[in-house]
Ligand binder design. Structure first.
Ligand SMILES: [Zn+2]
Length: 412
């Protein structure tokens, strides 16, 4: 049933908040007794008991045996029933459709990746349907126990209508993706912008688990960020919050596609990093990279640079250090603006590790003021290339009431 937990009024809101509190505690601290749940949530025992009953009926929670006596009868303990249902998350990437099928713990049980070539006229929507069908066929549970499908799509997304308003990669405009998929799949379907999905995945089940305020920065061909405030995704009215690409970091930097100079994306996106390395190699820089590309500097890509930097190559290290400093300037703006607990850096560039992150941390300390700069931690993403797909699956759980709206913030 789609939109079962859409919040429409105060009574439902309070009910949902109470349910979230109980569900979050059972997920994080179960097995746990109803008396302890009432005590920890400060709900009346009657309310706590009735919510647990509802969660058992929804098959999200199950009995797990008797706990120790505290003088009276031994209490029944309850635990999260993560294997009662499965979820599907699909990430439409620039040359690949990547889908995962997971139980309600969000750990992928099945991963399917299908490459495509747009120039070859690939039908990406058809490929998405094929990947979903393959995942359903590989599911350990029957179709009736599929909770829903989430999609992570780059571009401007209208999440309420399930429409891709605009996505330059595929020239999509006003594509009613949810309705198109609903013709083939009789289950709730949700669509989210891919950087937001990444933030949901990393924020709830990756590097940000248990943290309330997270910014997740994705460095790839482009540059974007997902923002989680008080445990909830901050989307903005156009679902366009977190567009950090054109933050100014170097007024004397090279010109950006937007017309300005020295935008963050122009300094730290994967193509920008490769461009700086190629320029250096052409000017005669000594590096192990030259050997790897048969002395054709144009073949250098960001993964090679990141690996070489991590392996101790001085030139690659210097390129990553520069990148880290620009990244730090960008992050400092986010820290001064949002006061996050955590900034998570994702994308292939993260293979570089500390040659990238250490300069970023240093610059953030220099350019932020007081408590926010002291508090913030800057860390690498943990979920790898599957993160946006896991995030899309996470979205299904929050919408269908299987995950507290605010994730696990406050439960650790
Ligand atoms: Zn720009």
């Amino acid at each position: 049933m789609a939109r079962r937990y859409l919040i429409t009024g105060d009574v439902q809101l309070v009910r949902r908040l109470n349910r979230d509190a109980i569900l979050g505690l059972i997920r994080e601290r179960g097995p746990i007794s109803r008396t302890d749940l009432a005590r920890l949530t400060k709900l009346t025992p009657a309310t706590a008991f009735s919510i647990v009953e509802e969660l058992v009926q929804d098959r999200l929670v199950q009995e797990s045996g008797m706990g120790p006596s505290r003088g009276g009868r031994r209490p029944m303990l309850f635990e999260f029933n993560s294997r009662s249902q499965v979820i599907i998350g699909v990430n439409i990437r620039s040359a690949q459709v990547l889908g995962v099928l997971a139980y309600l713990d969000a750990k992928p049980q099945v991963t399917i990746a299908r490459d495509y070539d747009l120039k070859g006229g690939a039908d990406v929507v058809q490929l998405v349907k094929d990947v979903i069908r393959e995942l359903i066929a590989a599911s350990p549970l029957p179709t009736a126990q599929l909770m829903g499908i989430g999609l992570a799509v780059p571009g401007l997304i209208d999440v309420d209508r399930g429409v891709v308003v605009q996505s330059e990669n595929w020239d999509w405009e006003e594509l009613p993706l949810r309705d198109i998929l609903a013709e083939d799949f009789d289950t709730p379907i949700y669509i989210e912008e891919d950087d937001n999905a990444l933030a949901l995945g990393e924020g709830f089940f990756g590097a940000g688990r248990g943290v309330s305020n997270v910014v997740c920065v994705k460095i790839g061909r482009g540059l974007g960020a997902g923002i989680v405030v008080n445990g909830m995704l901050f989307r903005g009215p156009d679902n366009a919050a977190g567009e950090i690409a054109h933050i100014l970091v170097d007024p004397d930097g090279p010109q950006c596609t937007c017309g300005n100079y020295g935008c963050l994306v122009r300094m730290i996106s994967a193509p920008a990093i490769a461009e700086r390395a190629i320029k250096g190699l052409k000017q005669g820089a000594i590096s192990s990279l030259s050997g790897r590309v048969g002395d054709d500097p144009e073949k250098v890509n960001v993964a090679m640079i990141a690996e070489a930097a991590n392996a101790g190559d001085a030139f690659a290290h210097q390129i990553m250090e520069e990148t880290g400093r620009y990244l730090g300037i960008g992050i400092a703006t986010l820290v001064n603006l949002l006061n996050p607990d955590l900034v998570i850096i994702g994308g292939g560039v993260i293979l570089a590790g500390s040659p990238l992150l250490e300069p970023a941390r240093h610059v953030v300390k220099l350019r932020t003021f007081g408590a926010p700069g002291e508090r913030v931690r800057i860390v690498a993403a943990q979920l790898g290339v599957e993160a946006p797909a896991i995030g899309a699956a996470t979205l299904v759980m929050t919408q269908e009431g299987a995950l507290p709206t605010r994730g696990f913030a406050g439960f650790d």
